[in-house]
Design a protein around this ligand. Structure first.
Ligand SMILES: [Zn+2]
Length: 303
């Protein structure tokens, strides 16, 4: 599993030297998987992409068995890293017993009281998972079949992005595309108040909404830096995270404008690719969770 991940990361790090459609297809599949399974780490999302890219709802075999569903064939299980929970040293994160290993130089357990240590993730192990499409029978919960953003369309997504941007102190405008020199969005600051303003082009709702997600994320990057602005790398991460959020809603690439919002390659060194994948994974997860909260609030207000 580790070899498969590092081989894929090296491939993605090829940048301009990795030509062909396979490169961008792999990234699209990864981002779609990360959107559907937003709570997964980038490593596990990549493992699912490599083994079963159509996955939308995965659970361990034991979890499916508990709900009465049976995996159709063990041959097609999806192996991912599952966290192991145990008593963890507050200093080094290892179990009390692991301190006996020669290479562990933490001596905290000799002075501390391991019986009072908290339970935490102390490692990972490969575990077989199955997608909802690979199991039969049992009682499926709504969470087993629905997208976390079920029922959100382009209009709702754009309105929610507008609400979220305003919560963060940004203003979101829809403007004529000709005012944006062929781009689908821009980030600027009001000359008077210095309030960040996100302009997105009026090009059709799903594209507008995804552009709103991308520029909202860029506004966050700009606001967190020392000098207001964002880098090409930030734009790559924001674009792929917007793609992942779109996949979670059920948008395919036809909803992205190839020139202005379609995500660009990652490129760089294996380490920088890993950092980008991690940033895409974390950004997607937190954005989907926030969208979910807003969507639930809207639903409650309507009912
Ligand atoms: Zn320790």
């Amino acid at each position: 599993m580790s070899t498969a991940i590092s081989k894929t990361v090296s491939y993605l790090a090829g940048g301009d030297t990795t030509p062909d459609w396979r490169y961008s297809n792999l990234l699209k599949q990864y981002a779609a998987t990360q959107g559907n399974l937003h709570q997964l780490s980038w490593r596990n999302a990549l493992l699912v992409t490599l083994q079963y890219p159509a996955a939308t709802h995965i659970k361990s075999k034991d979890s499916w068995t508990r709900s009465g569903a049976v995996a159709q064939s063990d041959e097609h299980r999806i192996w991912i890293w599952e966290p192991i929970y145990d008593t963890a040293c507050p200093r080094c994160g290892n179990t009390p017993a692991y301190h006996d290993k020669l290479h562990v130089d933490c001596e905290y357990h000799e002075r501390g009281s391991p019986e009072h240590w908290r339970t935490d993730v102390v490692g990972t192990r490969p575990a077989p998972y199955f997608d909802v499409a690979q199991v039969a029978g049992g009682t499926l919960e709504a969470d087993d079949i629905q997208s976390p953003l079920e029922g959100i369309g382009g209009k709702a997504l754009k309105e929610i992005c507008c609400e979220m941007a305003s919560e963060d102190g940004y203003k979101l405008n829809t403007v004529d595309r000709r005012d944006l020199q062929d781009s689908l969005g821009q980030l600027r600051r009001s000359a008077m108040t210095l309030q960040p303003i996100i302009d997105i082009a009026a090009v059709g709702l799903p594209s507008e909404a995804l552009s709103a997600v991308k520029y909202h994320l860029l506004a966050d990057y700009a606001a967190s830096g020392d000098s207001y602005g964002y880098t090409d790398e930030d734009e790559t991460i924001a674009a792929w995270a917007a793609f992942a959020v779109g996949s979670c809603i059920g948008y395919d690439e036809s909803h992205f404008s190839p020139k202005a919002t379609f995500p660009v390659p990652l490129g760089g060194t294996p380490q920088s690719v890993e950092e980008s994948l991690q940033a895409i994974s974390e950004t997607t997860d937190s954005y989907v969770k926030r969208l979910q909260q807003h969507a639930q609030r809207r639903k409650r207000n309507i009912l």
